[in-house]
Ligand binder design. Sequence first.
Ligand code: ADP
Ligand code: MG
Length: 683
Amino acid sequence: MRPELLQPLFAETEALKGVGPRIAKALERLKLTRVIDLAFHLPTGRIDRIRANGVSHAMVGQIVIVPVEPFDVREGRGRAPTRIFARDADDNTITLTFFNNPGWAKKQLPIGERRVIVGKLDAYGQELQIVHPEMLEEGVEPPLREPVYPLTEGIANKRMRELVAAALERAPELPEWVEPSLLKGNGWSDWRTSLAKAHSDEDEDIARNRLAYDEIFANQLALLLIRQANRRRKTVPLAGDGRLVDKLSLPFELTAAQQRVIGEITGDMAQDRPMLRLLQGDVGSGKTLVALITMLNAVEAGAQAAMLAPTEILARQHLESLKRQCEAIGVTVAILTGREKGKTRESILMGLADGSIDILVGTHAIFQQKVAYRNLGLIVVDEQHRFGVSQRLLLTEKGRTPPHLLAMTATPIPRTLTLTRFGEMEVSQIDELPPGRQPIETLVVSEEKTTDVIDGLGRHIAAGGQAYWVCPLVEESDGIDAAAAEDRAQILKARFGSDRVGLVHGRMKGEEKDDVMTSFANGELAVLVATTVIEVGVDVPNATLMIIEGAERFGLAQLHQLRGRVGRGESKSRCLLLRGQTLSETARARLALMRETNDGFRIAEEDLRLRGPGEILGTRQSGDQAFRLASADQVRDLAPTAQSDAQLLLERDGGLKGERGQAARISLYLFERDAAVGLLKGG
Ligand code: ADP
Ligand code: MG
């Protein structure tokens, strides 16, 4: 239960004076539904105004507060704006322009009456104008400096300022959870004062740092509580005897790194508390094989294993490769996705319940309520970054005794992110690629050269090669992406024959996608045109050419993932990044980095650094934004301290019962880590 103290903050915005359904609706567009959302709606900048007696004392672009006297009106017709001509104290003319509501404008600025107006000075031909100035009442002076907030239609900055102020008024004083020495060392004020300052222009940077720290601290504390709670859980140890793994016939040796992480994982599984481990490894480092060996370890010990994939394509592909390996050694593998229905589904459910299925792969369907396992001992989650913390927790509660959990992530994760997103987990890292891999050669090509690129593609497939052609995510809409990919596929089919070019996109039915993927994997298709659905996991070693259209529209992590689809065999692979004509600074930096390095960890660090809000498409995949206040830089700077501080607190007061412990509980509620509070020792 959320403490009484915080109730005013968690009330709906309509609880604030002056907020009715209309304003509440508008605020909702900015995801501001509760008082606390407004309180944390921090300004993104400042505006400065200057007070001037006349416009000649100001410069174009400045925001002026100036007294004027209207002397003429030209009323707008149709689309034309209404212009009111006014004169300032020096007898200079200024045009006040209004795009609608001519009647209203005339009323606000009657001819011959002095008014004080505020607005941005524009040059309009030879003249000076202000578009939609604010008209001030007598005696009201706006502040010379004021915060600027992210806004939405129907809520102007002034209004937002008032709303935020009303929210801040409701913010209670809270007991202190920050270590005294840390407060002092950073010059931080208490929470409530810091919140107010963060909206002001007095020490706002220091105040913002404190708020960011609070958020990161709550995050770290929550993760450590999960870790602590997990240590207290008991489960069945799974120690395989190697009889299945030894029978695997692999065409290659495990790398030293693979062997090491397998040792770490099986070491965990042999304990009587559930494993909670993250497996990191760059694209192509061979995580799938580690997963297989881990699952066989569970099966050897008499348990079932389940593997969760983020997409159906990937689940099917895992099924194929697992089957190839497992059937030969008498291990039964099945798949369960939304597509297995009726009789098929029934028989899978039966096999899981009676234990005749050893390994199940699938999408989320494998954890639905109805799915009962005889003895689920291990869950492997592939491509971990797509699943959130709460989901991970839930997953581990599914079996009768908690299963061991291995999470795998394809994108290398910068250290600070590992700390803040996976702080509750142990980490294993595959830091070496299988031998013989050649670095992928990456070229950035202007889209003006698309014809040349298509010619090159023709030579590539004529020589027996296969290639991917990835079309950009145009908008946050599958429909539009699909259309772009369809157009591209049309063009390539016309050129290379429709039996040589396949297409997959998010809008297609599962079966259709599978058919196309299978034909590509077995070499019937030479070119696979795709949207980002193929981003993760797909493994076709003979495909050695990757063309990414609109490359500037992708984020670094995504580009790295996509490029990782090639370079999987021993022959030289290439990646062509087709870019548009105009590039933003960051996009340019991203492409340059891609050309320069194949090192996933370096790319991940840079990604974090370069990422500007709204810069990267495919945000719908990053639903795991852990922080609302803390910026990437703040996370990097403050997370290590927050972690050790949270750790220290828990060592001293594991139940968070003391004075600081109680305060820390409040921080968990404040940042909505309520679930973590439930994990405290003794409830
Ligand atoms: P990822 O870590 O991206 O999931 P995969 O598991 O898909 O990588 O492996 C990439 C490719 O490397 C696959 O074709 C796989 O068969 C191969 N591979 C895995 N381990 C080794 C190894 N030790 N030696 C050689 N090739 C390997
Ligand atoms: Mg993989």
